[in-house]
Design a protein around this ligand. Structure first.
Ligand SMILES: [Zn+2]
Length: 206
């Protein structure tokens, strides 16, 4: 999800100001150079793949998760699912803080709705850049997942975190926030993004 999503007038949550990404990040204490991953954009068919459960949490997986956190911060997002970087494993990263101080990892996340009362939020997505639409989701959920060490944990979430987790888990099932809006609006966004992608391609090959 995009960091700017919650600045909208439809948000019931405090305004999160637009942030400028810090030039230097110290998320990972070791010396491994992290890579920025390419974020797939709607309507790329790879965003529709259903991710497989993670069988073992090892160093290679943790490296991918580190790269996902870095990629999310670089793109000024508050959440990124593995599907969005063409890794089809059930894992996602989230950091809803303004100063990128609390990266959270969810592996094999399972959501249980605790309060189904719908909460409307203006959502956006790093895979649907530049578009924001009102989406209603259950206001309170519980998440069971594994952390980066492969340990099981349980967490309750409401507000921004609940919206973000539901949005990211949708990605793992090949679902996008634009699936919740009208077919007409979705088609309009699709056409505009396809046009942008064509222009970028032309510019890149010029
Ligand atoms: Zn998204």
């Amino acid at each position: 999800m995009h960091k700017h999503d919650f600045t909208g007038k439809n948000s019931n949550f405090p305004l999160i100001s637009r942030m400028i990404a810090p030039c230097v990040r110290h998320y990972c204490p070791d010396i491994r150079i992290m890579s920025l991953l390419t974020i797939l954009e709607f309507p790329d068919p790879r965003l529709r793949k259903k991710a497989a459960r993670v069988k073992s949490v090892d160093d290679a997986l943790r490296e991918t998760l580190d790269d996902m956190v870095e990629t999310m911060y670089d793109a000024e997002g508050i959440g990124l699912a593995a599907t969005q970087v063409d890794v089809h494993k059930r894992m996602l990263v989230i950091d809803i803080t303004e100063d990128n101080s609390n990266p959270q990892i969810f592996i094999n996340p399972e959501i249980t709705v605790l309060d189904p009362e719908p909460l409307g939020h203006e959502e956006g997505c790093l895979s649907v850049p530049g578009y924001y639409e009102l989406v209603s989701r259950p206001r309170k959920v519980k998440i069971n997942a594994l952390n980066g060490n492969g340990e099981a944990f349980e967490q309750e979430a409401e507000g921004i975190l609940a919206v973000c987790i539901q949005h990211e888990v949708d990605h793992l099932d090949g679902k996008l926030f634009v699936d919740y809006i009208s077919a007409l609006k979705r088609q309009r966004i699709k056409s505009k993004l396809e046009k942008e992608h064509r222009q970028h391609k032309t510019a890149a090959s010029a």
